[in-house]
Ligand binder design. Structure first.
Ligand code: NAP
Length: 349
């Protein structure tokens, strides 16, 4: 991939929490440049800098602030779109863009479990992009999705274990950051000095998406991985970073050292491709007794690795450990950008 012709990128839902993360992360991207931003009718027609309530910790990139916000309708000046659309509108709008002939790289839940739509983590299932060929939106338009932000951490951590030993049972308890609820998100009086032990629809996604991600691509589509997940999802007063306490039952016998070795030696199929957003290594195992922690680790290495710590035996299932993932970077915008980089590398973009 040369940088002499950058792909022109549109962002749907550009004013939201994930949309803003796209704007921030794409500012200096070597392969992609933002040429269109779109949102709801509330924002359309205004300059992006006026329409957005910028919540990033870096300044709003100058070149984007004056860009007009478009309505979320096909006809944007771009080669493909990233979507950070609210799920209440994503099904219709993303479908319209795909039918109009544009590839859509989405964060929304709506198409994730559709049999012909790849649910993608490049380090986990890069071959699943072959499903694109069976989509019927239009000649050139298609949809690729990334998983729920907690699923990204969980499925990434399960990948080396599933490949090496198989899995039968997984129990996960999440402590999910506020930025995962978008903007303005959870009311401050509900979450300050508190934990909310319910996130609507979240447990269902965390319990079903890993089996598609770790499933096998066959001529008849994805054959789902065969293990059960039980999830407890909680909202906690953390800004960025979902922490997940995981217990697993493996299908084959393994020692604690075997499991540690599987995490530490994991090499993904995309490690040699030199994709700009791919962290190396992807999985980072921390030795500290009280790690990983959102404030200490979540933004290191651009927020793209998946962090694992506290690996130890479990008294109920076999092993337990803690996973940390940056929800708006690896779990959303950064993950979607890496998906697009893989699609460029594979010739789909
Ligand atoms: P958000 O902050 O609420 O942003 C929603 C975006 O959708 C805004 O740009 C909004 O535009 C736009 N929108 C709303 N109604 C619209 C309409 N009728 N037509 C066109 N655009 C409309 O939400 P978010 O947290 O960024 O999440 C975006 C998507 O990513 C959701 O599907 C979410 O489930 C998914 N996701 C989020 C995370 C995370 O960590 N936050 C992680 C993974 C996946 P206006 O500003 O003009 O209203």
């Amino acid at each position: 991939m040369t940088t002499d012709r950058k792909r022109r990128v549109g962002i749907l839902g550009a004013t939201g929490a994930v949309g803003q993360k796209f704007v921030e992360l794409l500012a200096d991207h070597p392969w992609f440049k933002i040429t269109a931003v779109a949102a709801s009718e509330r924002s359309a027609g205004r300059a992006y800098g006026d329409a957005v309530n910028w919540i990033g910790s870096t300044p709003l990139p100058g070149g984007i602030a004056g860009m007009p916000v478009s309505a979320s309708e096909p006809g944007l000046d771009c080669d493909f779109v990233f979507s950070g659309l609210d799920s209440s509108v994503a099904f219709e709008i993303e479908g319209n863009f795909a039918r109009s002939g544009l590839p859509v790289i989405s964060n929304a839940k709506n198409y994730r479990m559709q049999p012909d739509v790849p649910l993608l983590i490049p380090e986990v299932n890069p071959d699943h992009t072959r499903l694109i060929k069976s989509q019927t939106f239009s000649d050139r338009g298609y949809i690729v999705t990334n998983p729920n932000c907690s699923t990204v951490g969980l499925a990434s951590a399960l990948k080396p274990l599933y490949d090496s030993f198989g899995l039968t049972k997984v129990i996960v308890t999440t402590m999910q950051a506020l930025s995962g609820a978008g903007y303005p998100g959870v009311a401050s009086l509900d979450i300050l000095a508190n934990v909310v032990p319910h996130i609507g629809g979240e447990e269902d996604k965390v319990e079903t998406e890993p089996q598609k991600l770790l499933g096998k691509l066959t001529d008849d589509g994805i054959r789902y991985a065969d293990f059960a997940v039980s999830a407890h999802c909680n909202r906690v007063p953390v800004l960025d970073g979902h922490t997940e306490c995981v217990s697993v039952q493996l299908a084959e016998r393994a020692s604690l050292d075997d499991v540690r070795q599987a995490f530490e030696s994991f090499v993904s199929d995309i490690d040699d491709l030199g994709l700009p957003f791919a962290p190396r290594p992807f999985i980072r195992v921390l030795p500290g007794a009280a790690d990983p922690q959102p404030r200490k680790h979540v933004s290191m290495h651009g927020g793209m690795p998946v962090w694992i710590g506290r690996l130890r035996p479990c008294n109920v299932l076999e092993f337990r450990f803690v996973v940390l993932v940056h929800n708006t970077v690896r779990g959303a915008a950064g993950g979607a950008i890496l998906n697009a980089e893989l699609l460029v590398e594979q010739g789909y973009l």
